[in-house]
Design a protein around this ligand. Structure first.
Ligand code: FAD
Length: 469
Protein backbone atom coordinates (compact mmCIF):
# COMPACT_ATOMS: atom_id res chain seq x y z
CA UNK A 1 0.00 0.00 0.00
CA UNK A 2 1.48 3.32 -1.02
CA UNK A 3 1.41 6.11 1.56
CA UNK A 4 0.47 9.09 -0.61
CA UNK A 5 0.56 11.47 2.37
CA UNK A 6 4.27 10.71 2.67
CA UNK A 7 4.76 11.04 -1.09
CA UNK A 8 3.18 14.51 -0.94
CA UNK A 9 5.58 15.46 1.85
CA UNK A 10 8.53 14.14 -0.16
CA UNK A 11 7.41 16.27 -3.12
CA UNK A 12 6.85 19.41 -1.10
CA UNK A 13 7.28 22.57 -3.17
CA UNK A 14 6.04 20.89 -6.38
CA UNK A 15 2.42 21.50 -7.51
CA UNK A 16 0.28 18.46 -6.60
CA UNK A 17 -3.42 17.75 -7.11
CA UNK A 18 -5.19 14.98 -5.19
CA UNK A 19 -8.82 16.03 -5.46
CA UNK A 20 -10.30 12.79 -6.90
CA UNK A 21 -12.58 14.57 -9.41
CA UNK A 22 -9.72 16.69 -10.77
CA UNK A 23 -7.33 13.74 -10.79
CA UNK A 24 -9.91 11.71 -12.73
CA UNK A 25 -10.26 14.51 -15.24
CA UNK A 26 -6.49 14.70 -15.80
CA UNK A 27 -6.35 10.90 -16.13
CA UNK A 28 -8.39 10.94 -19.33
CA UNK A 29 -7.65 11.78 -22.92
CA UNK A 30 -9.73 11.41 -26.10
CA UNK A 31 -9.94 7.59 -25.65
CA UNK A 32 -13.74 7.87 -25.96
CA UNK A 33 -13.30 8.32 -29.73
CA UNK A 34 -13.28 4.54 -29.82
CA UNK A 35 -16.37 2.68 -28.58
CA UNK A 36 -14.04 -0.19 -27.65
CA UNK A 37 -11.55 1.90 -25.63
CA UNK A 38 -14.45 3.82 -24.07
CA UNK A 39 -15.65 0.62 -22.43
CA UNK A 40 -12.19 -0.62 -21.48
CA UNK A 41 -10.73 2.57 -20.03
CA UNK A 42 -13.56 4.54 -18.50
CA UNK A 43 -12.65 3.68 -14.89
CA UNK A 44 -8.95 4.38 -15.23
CA UNK A 45 -7.65 7.02 -12.82
CA UNK A 46 -4.42 8.11 -11.16
CA UNK A 47 -3.90 8.81 -7.45
CA UNK A 48 -2.08 12.12 -7.82
CA UNK A 49 -1.36 14.68 -10.52
CA UNK A 50 2.08 16.25 -10.20
CA UNK A 51 2.85 19.37 -12.26
CA UNK A 52 6.58 20.12 -12.35
CA UNK A 53 7.78 23.54 -13.47
CA UNK A 54 11.40 22.60 -14.09
CA UNK A 55 13.55 19.64 -15.11
CA UNK A 56 14.87 19.55 -11.56
CA UNK A 57 11.29 19.01 -10.30
CA UNK A 58 10.84 16.18 -12.83
CA UNK A 59 14.00 14.53 -11.51
CA UNK A 60 12.84 14.87 -7.90
CA UNK A 61 9.42 13.41 -8.73
CA UNK A 62 10.86 10.41 -10.59
CA UNK A 63 13.34 9.73 -7.79
CA UNK A 64 10.56 9.65 -5.17
CA UNK A 65 8.28 7.56 -7.41
CA UNK A 66 11.07 5.08 -8.19
CA UNK A 67 11.89 4.59 -4.51
CA UNK A 68 8.22 3.95 -3.66
CA UNK A 69 7.51 1.86 -6.79
CA UNK A 70 4.82 4.26 -8.06
CA UNK A 71 3.83 4.22 -11.76
CA UNK A 72 4.27 7.55 -13.55
CA UNK A 73 2.33 8.41 -16.71
CA UNK A 74 3.39 11.62 -18.50
CA UNK A 75 0.77 13.91 -19.94
CA UNK A 76 0.82 16.95 -22.20
CA UNK A 77 -2.67 18.25 -22.98
CA UNK A 78 -4.41 14.86 -23.09
CA UNK A 79 -5.54 15.09 -26.72
CA UNK A 80 -4.18 11.65 -27.64
CA UNK A 81 -7.04 9.45 -28.75
CA UNK A 82 -5.91 5.91 -27.91
CA UNK A 83 -5.68 6.29 -24.13
CA UNK A 84 -1.94 6.95 -24.53
CA UNK A 85 -1.83 9.32 -21.57
CA UNK A 86 -4.12 7.27 -19.31
CA UNK A 87 -2.57 5.74 -16.16
CA UNK A 88 -3.67 2.09 -16.47
CA UNK A 89 -2.03 1.22 -13.14
CA UNK A 90 -2.93 4.42 -11.28
CA UNK A 91 -0.08 6.22 -9.52
CA UNK A 92 1.11 9.63 -10.67
CA UNK A 93 0.06 11.54 -13.76
CA UNK A 94 3.03 13.77 -14.53
CA UNK A 95 1.51 16.85 -16.10
CA UNK A 96 4.19 18.51 -18.25
CA UNK A 97 1.98 21.44 -19.24
CA UNK A 98 3.72 23.58 -16.62
CA UNK A 99 7.04 23.37 -18.49
CA UNK A 100 6.12 25.73 -21.30
CA UNK A 101 9.07 27.98 -22.01
CA UNK A 102 10.50 28.68 -25.45
CA UNK A 103 14.23 28.87 -24.74
CA UNK A 104 16.05 29.73 -27.98
CA UNK A 105 15.09 30.47 -31.60
CA UNK A 106 17.69 30.22 -34.37
CA UNK A 107 17.56 30.16 -38.17
CA UNK A 108 15.95 26.79 -38.91
CA UNK A 109 15.45 25.54 -35.34
CA UNK A 110 13.86 26.16 -31.95
CA UNK A 111 14.67 24.87 -28.46
CA UNK A 112 11.81 24.68 -25.96
CA UNK A 113 10.29 22.84 -23.04
CA UNK A 114 7.87 19.96 -23.73
CA UNK A 115 4.70 21.59 -22.39
CA UNK A 116 4.54 24.50 -24.85
CA UNK A 117 1.25 24.51 -26.73
CA UNK A 118 2.12 24.09 -30.41
CA UNK A 119 0.18 27.13 -31.69
CA UNK A 120 1.94 29.28 -29.07
CA UNK A 121 5.30 27.95 -30.20
CA UNK A 122 4.49 28.81 -33.83
CA UNK A 123 3.31 32.26 -32.78
CA UNK A 124 6.61 32.98 -31.05
CA UNK A 125 8.87 31.68 -33.82
CA UNK A 126 6.81 33.55 -36.43
CA UNK A 127 7.02 36.83 -34.51
CA UNK A 128 10.74 36.30 -33.88
CA UNK A 129 11.90 35.49 -37.39
CA UNK A 130 9.08 34.48 -39.72
CA UNK A 131 9.46 30.77 -39.01
CA UNK A 132 7.11 27.97 -37.93
CA UNK A 133 7.21 24.25 -37.22
CA UNK A 134 7.41 22.12 -40.35
CA UNK A 135 4.17 20.36 -39.40
CA UNK A 136 1.78 20.11 -36.50
CA UNK A 137 -1.23 18.04 -35.47
CA UNK A 138 -4.68 19.50 -36.10
CA UNK A 139 -4.85 19.94 -32.31
CA UNK A 140 -2.14 22.64 -32.46
CA UNK A 141 -4.33 25.08 -30.50
CA UNK A 142 -4.31 22.79 -27.43
CA UNK A 143 -1.71 19.99 -27.80
CA UNK A 144 1.83 20.26 -26.45
CA UNK A 145 4.98 19.73 -28.48
CA UNK A 146 6.17 16.98 -26.07
CA UNK A 147 2.85 15.12 -26.32
CA UNK A 148 2.96 15.35 -30.11
CA UNK A 149 6.46 13.86 -30.24
CA UNK A 150 5.67 11.08 -27.74
CA UNK A 151 2.16 10.28 -28.95
CA UNK A 152 1.56 11.71 -32.42
CA UNK A 153 2.80 10.94 -35.90
CA UNK A 154 2.35 13.79 -38.39
CA UNK A 155 -0.15 16.35 -39.54
CA UNK A 156 -0.57 19.69 -41.22
CA UNK A 157 2.61 20.16 -43.30
CA UNK A 158 3.33 16.42 -43.67
CA UNK A 159 2.53 16.83 -47.37
CA UNK A 160 5.93 18.53 -47.66
CA UNK A 161 7.92 17.10 -44.78
CA UNK A 162 6.63 13.59 -44.01
CA UNK A 163 6.16 12.60 -40.38
CA UNK A 164 7.91 12.52 -37.02
CA UNK A 165 9.37 9.11 -37.92
CA UNK A 166 11.43 10.69 -40.74
CA UNK A 167 14.97 11.41 -39.59
CA UNK A 168 15.57 15.17 -39.45
CA UNK A 169 12.07 16.13 -38.33
CA UNK A 170 13.17 16.12 -34.68
CA UNK A 171 16.68 17.44 -33.97
CA UNK A 172 17.25 16.64 -30.30
CA UNK A 173 15.35 15.46 -27.26
CA UNK A 174 16.47 15.57 -23.69
CA UNK A 175 14.93 12.94 -21.45
CA UNK A 176 15.00 12.07 -17.75
CA UNK A 177 15.25 8.37 -16.88
CA UNK A 178 13.22 6.48 -14.26
CA UNK A 179 15.98 5.15 -12.02
CA UNK A 180 17.11 5.39 -8.39
CA UNK A 181 19.22 8.34 -9.52
CA UNK A 182 17.44 9.69 -12.62
CA UNK A 183 19.83 10.68 -15.42
CA UNK A 184 19.34 13.25 -18.17
CA UNK A 185 20.24 12.06 -21.67
CA UNK A 186 20.42 14.11 -24.88
CA UNK A 187 19.40 12.07 -27.92
CA UNK A 188 20.08 12.95 -31.56
CA UNK A 189 20.13 11.19 -34.96
CA UNK A 190 18.73 7.64 -35.06
CA UNK A 191 18.70 7.54 -31.24
CA UNK A 192 15.62 9.76 -31.35
CA UNK A 193 13.58 6.78 -32.50
CA UNK A 194 14.05 5.29 -29.05
CA UNK A 195 11.65 7.81 -27.51
CA UNK A 196 9.61 9.43 -30.29
CA UNK A 197 6.17 7.79 -30.46
CA UNK A 198 6.98 5.65 -27.39
CA UNK A 199 4.05 7.06 -25.33
CA UNK A 200 6.52 8.15 -22.63
CA UNK A 201 7.26 4.53 -21.70
CA UNK A 202 11.02 4.96 -21.64
CA UNK A 203 11.82 8.51 -20.52
CA UNK A 204 10.27 11.87 -19.73
CA UNK A 205 11.03 14.47 -22.41
CA UNK A 206 12.14 17.70 -20.72
CA UNK A 207 13.65 19.61 -23.66
CA UNK A 208 12.93 19.57 -27.37
CA UNK A 209 14.83 20.92 -30.38
CA UNK A 210 12.76 21.06 -33.55
CA UNK A 211 13.52 22.18 -37.12
CA UNK A 212 11.61 25.15 -38.53
CA UNK A 213 10.35 26.17 -41.98
CA UNK A 214 9.42 29.59 -43.40
CA UNK A 215 6.04 30.77 -42.04
CA UNK A 216 3.26 32.02 -44.34
CA UNK A 217 -0.20 33.50 -43.86
CA UNK A 218 -1.69 30.33 -45.30
CA UNK A 219 -4.93 30.72 -47.24
CA UNK A 220 -7.67 28.25 -46.28
CA UNK A 221 -9.38 26.85 -49.38
CA UNK A 222 -12.19 24.37 -50.02
CA UNK A 223 -12.54 22.87 -53.49
CA UNK A 224 -15.82 21.12 -54.23
CA UNK A 225 -16.40 17.98 -56.32
CA UNK A 226 -19.59 16.05 -57.01
CA UNK A 227 -17.62 12.81 -57.06
CA UNK A 228 -15.22 12.06 -54.18
CA UNK A 229 -12.82 10.17 -56.46
CA UNK A 230 -12.44 13.26 -58.71
CA UNK A 231 -11.33 15.15 -55.60
CA UNK A 232 -8.89 12.36 -54.80
CA UNK A 233 -7.39 12.44 -58.32
CA UNK A 234 -7.09 16.25 -58.16
CA UNK A 235 -5.33 15.98 -54.78
CA UNK A 236 -2.95 13.34 -56.07
CA UNK A 237 -2.05 15.45 -59.11
CA UNK A 238 -1.51 18.53 -56.92
CA UNK A 239 0.60 16.60 -54.42
CA UNK A 240 2.81 15.35 -57.23
CA UNK A 241 3.12 18.73 -58.97
CA UNK A 242 6.29 20.65 -58.13
CA UNK A 243 5.56 24.38 -58.11
CA UNK A 244 2.52 25.07 -55.94
CA UNK A 245 3.19 25.35 -52.20
CA UNK A 246 0.42 23.86 -50.04
CA UNK A 247 0.53 22.83 -46.39
CA UNK A 248 -2.62 20.75 -46.15
CA UNK A 249 -4.38 18.56 -48.71
CA UNK A 250 -7.31 16.44 -47.56
CA UNK A 251 -10.15 15.08 -49.73
CA UNK A 252 -13.25 14.43 -47.61
CA UNK A 253 -16.30 12.61 -48.97
CA UNK A 254 -19.97 13.59 -48.85
CA UNK A 255 -21.99 13.66 -46.68
CA UNK A 256 -19.33 14.76 -44.14
CA UNK A 257 -18.69 18.36 -45.31
CA UNK A 258 -22.28 19.53 -45.61
CA UNK A 259 -23.54 17.58 -42.59
CA UNK A 260 -20.74 18.19 -40.09
CA UNK A 261 -18.68 21.26 -41.10
CA UNK A 262 -21.32 23.49 -39.54
CA UNK A 263 -19.50 26.83 -39.87
CA UNK A 264 -18.56 26.19 -43.49
CA UNK A 265 -21.96 24.76 -44.36
CA UNK A 266 -23.22 27.92 -46.13
CA UNK A 267 -20.48 27.40 -48.72
CA UNK A 268 -21.03 23.67 -49.30
CA UNK A 269 -23.79 22.03 -51.33
CA UNK A 270 -25.53 18.92 -50.03
CA UNK A 271 -23.91 15.85 -51.55
CA UNK A 272 -20.70 17.71 -52.30
CA UNK A 273 -17.31 16.22 -51.43
CA UNK A 274 -14.55 18.72 -50.68
CA UNK A 275 -10.79 18.97 -50.72
CA UNK A 276 -9.54 20.94 -47.71
CA UNK A 277 -6.37 22.92 -48.44
CA UNK A 278 -3.95 25.47 -47.03
CA UNK A 279 -2.20 27.30 -49.85
CA UNK A 280 0.71 29.79 -49.60
CA UNK A 281 -0.54 33.30 -50.50
CA UNK A 282 1.95 33.68 -53.37
CA UNK A 283 0.76 30.35 -54.82
CA UNK A 284 -2.92 31.27 -55.05
CA UNK A 285 -2.97 32.30 -58.71
CA UNK A 286 -1.25 29.18 -60.03
CA UNK A 287 -3.37 27.14 -57.62
CA UNK A 288 -6.63 28.58 -59.00
CA UNK A 289 -5.45 27.83 -62.54
CA UNK A 290 -4.53 24.26 -61.52
CA UNK A 291 -7.89 23.68 -59.80
CA UNK A 292 -9.76 24.95 -62.89
CA UNK A 293 -7.79 22.62 -65.11
CA UNK A 294 -8.96 19.78 -62.85
CA UNK A 295 -12.61 20.93 -62.94
CA UNK A 296 -12.57 21.78 -59.24
CA UNK A 297 -15.01 24.35 -57.92
CA UNK A 298 -13.39 26.74 -55.46
CA UNK A 299 -16.19 27.20 -52.93
CA UNK A 300 -14.32 28.87 -50.09
CA UNK A 301 -11.14 30.92 -49.72
CA UNK A 302 -10.28 32.71 -46.51
CA UNK A 303 -8.58 35.61 -48.31
CA UNK A 304 -11.84 36.52 -50.08
CA UNK A 305 -14.37 36.51 -47.27
CA UNK A 306 -15.15 39.53 -45.16
CA UNK A 307 -14.47 38.00 -41.75
CA UNK A 308 -13.17 34.69 -40.47
CA UNK A 309 -14.80 35.29 -37.07
CA UNK A 310 -16.38 32.08 -35.83
CA UNK A 311 -15.01 30.08 -38.77
CA UNK A 312 -12.42 27.48 -37.71
CA UNK A 313 -9.03 27.05 -39.37
CA UNK A 314 -9.17 24.72 -42.37
CA UNK A 315 -6.87 22.30 -40.57
CA UNK A 316 -9.51 22.00 -37.86
CA UNK A 317 -11.70 20.31 -40.47
CA UNK A 318 -9.00 17.78 -41.24
CA UNK A 319 -6.96 15.02 -39.56
CA UNK A 320 -8.78 13.79 -36.49
CA UNK A 321 -10.92 16.91 -36.33
CA UNK A 322 -13.02 15.47 -39.15
CA UNK A 323 -13.88 12.56 -36.86
CA UNK A 324 -14.52 14.90 -33.93
CA UNK A 325 -16.95 17.04 -35.93
CA UNK A 326 -18.93 14.01 -37.08
CA UNK A 327 -18.94 12.46 -33.58
CA UNK A 328 -20.31 15.66 -32.07
CA UNK A 329 -23.40 15.37 -34.27
CA UNK A 330 -23.70 11.59 -34.53
CA UNK A 331 -22.09 9.50 -31.76
CA UNK A 332 -22.67 6.32 -33.78
CA UNK A 333 -19.60 7.06 -35.88
CA UNK A 334 -16.16 5.73 -35.25
CA UNK A 335 -13.12 5.70 -37.53
CA UNK A 336 -10.05 3.86 -38.77
CA UNK A 337 -6.50 4.84 -39.67
CA UNK A 338 -5.59 3.37 -43.02
CA UNK A 339 -2.46 3.49 -45.10
CA UNK A 340 -2.79 3.29 -48.90
CA UNK A 341 0.77 2.51 -49.99
CA UNK A 342 2.11 4.16 -53.17
CA UNK A 343 2.32 3.96 -56.11
CA UNK A 344 -1.26 2.66 -56.63
CA UNK A 345 -2.74 4.47 -53.62
CA UNK A 346 -5.52 6.08 -55.67
CA UNK A 347 -6.60 2.69 -57.06
CA UNK A 348 -6.61 1.25 -53.53
CA UNK A 349 -8.79 4.12 -52.27
CA UNK A 350 -11.15 3.56 -55.18
CA UNK A 351 -11.44 -0.16 -54.40
CA UNK A 352 -12.35 0.56 -50.76
CA UNK A 353 -14.85 3.30 -51.71
CA UNK A 354 -16.60 0.90 -54.09
CA UNK A 355 -16.54 -1.95 -51.55
CA UNK A 356 -18.01 -0.14 -48.53
CA UNK A 357 -20.12 2.69 -49.95
CA UNK A 358 -21.73 4.77 -47.20
CA UNK A 359 -20.66 2.44 -44.35
CA UNK A 360 -17.05 3.69 -44.54
CA UNK A 361 -16.94 7.34 -45.64
CA UNK A 362 -13.72 8.58 -47.25
CA UNK A 363 -11.33 11.02 -45.59
CA UNK A 364 -7.77 11.10 -46.88
CA UNK A 365 -4.67 13.03 -45.94
CA UNK A 366 -2.06 13.35 -48.66
CA UNK A 367 1.47 13.26 -47.31
CA UNK A 368 5.01 12.21 -48.03
CA UNK A 369 5.84 8.73 -46.76
CA UNK A 370 9.47 7.63 -47.10
CA UNK A 371 9.82 10.54 -49.51
CA UNK A 372 7.01 9.42 -51.83
CA UNK A 373 3.56 10.97 -52.19
CA UNK A 374 0.82 8.72 -50.91
CA UNK A 375 -2.26 9.05 -48.77
CA UNK A 376 -3.35 7.93 -45.38
CA UNK A 377 -6.98 7.66 -44.51
CA UNK A 378 -9.04 8.49 -41.47
CA UNK A 379 -12.36 7.24 -42.87
CA UNK A 380 -15.49 7.50 -40.76
CA UNK A 381 -17.14 4.19 -40.00
CA UNK A 382 -20.83 3.78 -39.21
CA UNK A 383 -20.30 1.59 -36.17
CA UNK A 384 -22.54 -1.41 -35.68
CA UNK A 385 -20.61 -4.13 -33.84
CA UNK A 386 -17.08 -4.92 -32.73
CA UNK A 387 -17.13 -7.96 -35.03
CA UNK A 388 -18.10 -5.89 -38.09
CA UNK A 389 -15.36 -3.36 -37.28
CA UNK A 390 -12.82 -6.21 -37.15
CA UNK A 391 -14.17 -7.48 -40.48
CA UNK A 392 -13.79 -4.03 -42.09
CA UNK A 393 -10.20 -3.94 -40.82
CA UNK A 394 -9.50 -7.39 -42.28
CA UNK A 395 -10.95 -6.48 -45.68
CA UNK A 396 -8.71 -3.39 -45.85
CA UNK A 397 -5.65 -5.46 -44.95
CA UNK A 398 -6.56 -8.12 -47.52
CA UNK A 399 -6.59 -5.34 -50.14
CA UNK A 400 -3.07 -4.18 -49.22
CA UNK A 401 -4.21 -1.28 -47.02
CA UNK A 402 -2.62 -1.68 -43.56
CA UNK A 403 -4.57 -0.41 -40.56
CA UNK A 404 -3.02 1.37 -37.58
CA UNK A 405 -5.71 0.33 -35.18
CA UNK A 406 -7.05 3.33 -33.23
CA UNK A 407 -9.10 1.00 -31.02
CA UNK A 408 -6.10 -0.31 -29.08
CA UNK A 409 -4.16 1.33 -26.26
CA UNK A 410 -0.83 -0.43 -26.84
CA UNK A 411 2.02 0.89 -28.95
CA UNK A 412 2.35 -2.28 -30.97
CA UNK A 413 -1.32 -2.92 -31.79
CA UNK A 414 -1.82 0.72 -32.78
CA UNK A 415 1.35 0.53 -34.89
CA UNK A 416 3.22 -2.11 -36.83
CA UNK A 417 1.96 -5.09 -34.76
CA UNK A 418 5.47 -6.17 -33.90
CA UNK A 419 7.96 -5.58 -31.11
CA UNK A 420 10.08 -2.45 -31.47
CA UNK A 421 13.37 -3.88 -30.20
CA UNK A 422 15.07 -0.47 -30.06
CA UNK A 423 12.39 1.02 -27.80
CA UNK A 424 12.24 -2.13 -25.67
CA UNK A 425 16.03 -2.20 -25.15
CA UNK A 426 15.97 1.47 -24.24
CA UNK A 427 13.19 0.86 -21.69
CA UNK A 428 15.28 -1.88 -20.08
CA UNK A 429 18.02 0.71 -19.64
CA UNK A 430 15.96 3.75 -18.61
CA UNK A 431 13.02 2.24 -16.70
CA UNK A 432 14.25 -1.00 -15.11
CA UNK A 433 11.23 -1.32 -12.79
CA UNK A 434 8.74 -0.75 -15.66
CA UNK A 435 7.10 2.20 -13.92
CA UNK A 436 6.70 4.57 -16.88
CA UNK A 437 3.21 4.44 -18.42
CA UNK A 438 2.62 0.74 -17.60
CA UNK A 439 0.58 -1.44 -19.92
CA UNK A 440 1.34 0.42 -23.14
CA UNK A 441 4.33 -1.59 -24.41
CA UNK A 442 3.35 -5.24 -24.92
CA UNK A 443 6.96 -6.30 -25.47
CA UNK A 444 7.70 -5.25 -21.89
CA UNK A 445 4.59 -6.74 -20.28
CA UNK A 446 4.56 -10.01 -22.20
CA UNK A 447 7.64 -10.71 -24.34
CA UNK A 448 6.01 -13.91 -25.65
CA UNK A 449 2.85 -12.21 -26.97
CA UNK A 450 2.05 -13.60 -30.42
CA UNK A 451 0.99 -10.76 -32.73
CA UNK A 452 0.02 -13.21 -35.47
CA UNK A 453 -2.54 -15.09 -33.33
CA UNK A 454 -5.22 -12.43 -33.89
CA UNK A 455 -5.81 -11.95 -30.13
CA UNK A 456 -6.02 -8.56 -28.41
CA UNK A 457 -3.60 -7.78 -25.61
CA UNK A 458 -5.30 -7.13 -22.28
CA UNK A 459 -3.03 -5.55 -19.68
CA UNK A 460 -3.30 -7.35 -16.32
CA UNK A 461 -3.50 -4.09 -14.34
CA UNK A 462 -6.43 -3.04 -16.50
CA UNK A 463 -8.25 -6.35 -15.96
CA UNK A 464 -8.41 -5.40 -12.26
CA UNK A 465 -9.85 -1.95 -13.07
CA UNK A 466 -12.46 -3.52 -15.38
CA UNK A 467 -13.41 -6.13 -12.78
CA UNK A 468 -13.90 -3.38 -10.19
CA UNK A 469 -16.39 -1.58 -12.42
P1 FAD B 1 -1.00 13.77 -24.64
O1 FAD B 1 -2.24 13.21 -25.21
O2 FAD B 1 -1.09 14.38 -23.30
O3 FAD B 1 0.12 12.65 -24.63
C1 FAD B 1 0.41 11.86 -25.74
C2 FAD B 1 1.41 10.78 -25.34
O4 FAD B 1 2.66 11.37 -25.06
C3 FAD B 1 1.04 10.01 -24.07
O5 FAD B 1 1.46 8.69 -24.20
C4 FAD B 1 1.84 10.69 -22.98
O6 FAD B 1 2.10 9.78 -21.93
C5 FAD B 1 3.09 11.08 -23.73
N1 FAD B 1 3.76 12.29 -23.26
C6 FAD B 1 3.22 13.54 -23.14
N2 FAD B 1 4.17 14.41 -22.76
C7 FAD B 1 5.33 13.71 -22.63
C8 FAD B 1 6.66 14.05 -22.24
N3 FAD B 1 7.02 15.30 -21.95
N4 FAD B 1 7.58 13.06 -22.19
C9 FAD B 1 7.26 11.79 -22.51
N5 FAD B 1 6.03 11.41 -22.88
C10 FAD B 1 5.08 12.36 -22.94
N6 FAD B 1 -2.14 13.34 -33.89
C11 FAD B 1 -1.33 13.55 -34.94
O7 FAD B 1 -0.22 13.01 -34.97
N7 FAD B 1 -1.72 14.35 -35.98
C12 FAD B 1 -2.92 14.99 -36.01
O8 FAD B 1 -3.21 15.76 -36.91
C13 FAD B 1 -3.81 14.76 -34.91
N8 FAD B 1 -5.04 15.34 -34.89
C14 FAD B 1 -5.87 15.12 -33.82
C15 FAD B 1 -7.14 15.73 -33.78
C16 FAD B 1 -7.99 15.51 -32.71
C17 FAD B 1 -9.34 16.19 -32.68
C18 FAD B 1 -7.58 14.67 -31.63
C19 FAD B 1 -8.47 14.43 -30.44
C20 FAD B 1 -6.33 14.07 -31.65
C21 FAD B 1 -5.46 14.29 -32.73
N9 FAD B 1 -4.19 13.73 -32.77
C22 FAD B 1 -3.36 13.92 -33.84
C23 FAD B 1 -3.69 13.02 -31.59
C24 FAD B 1 -3.08 14.04 -30.56
O9 FAD B 1 -3.70 15.25 -30.57
C25 FAD B 1 -1.69 14.39 -30.89
O10 FAD B 1 -0.94 13.24 -30.81
C26 FAD B 1 -1.16 15.46 -29.93
O11 FAD B 1 -0.04 16.00 -30.46
C27 FAD B 1 -0.91 14.96 -28.52
O12 FAD B 1 -0.43 16.03 -27.73
P2 FAD B 1 -0.86 16.18 -26.21
O13 FAD B 1 -0.06 17.29 -25.62
O14 FAD B 1 -2.31 16.27 -26.05
O15 FAD B 1 -0.32 14.80 -25.65
Amino acid sequence: MIDYQKIKQDLEGIAIEDNPALVRQKSKDFYWYSPILKKQLENVTADLVVTPKTEEEVIRTLKVAYAAGIPVTPRGAGTGNYGQAMPLSGGIVLNLAGMDKVKEIHPGRVICEPGVVIAQLDKQTKAHSGQELRFHPSTAQTATIGGFIAGGSGGVGSINWGGLRDIGNILRLRIVTMEAEPRTLDLTGWDLQKVSHAYGTNGIITEVEMPLAPAYDWVDVLVGYDDFMDGVRFSDALARSSGILVKELAPIAAPIPHSYFTRHKPYIREGQSVVVLMVAPHAMEPFVAFARAHKGEIIFRSDKIESMRGIPHAYELAWNHTTLRALKVDPNFTYLQVQYPAPDHVAKVNAMVRKFGDEVIGHLEFMRFDGQVQCSGLPLVRYTTKERLEEIIRIHEDHGCPIFNPHRYTLEEGGMKQTDRVQLAFKQETDPKGLLNPGKMIAWENPDFDFTAGKNFLFKGLTNVMEMS
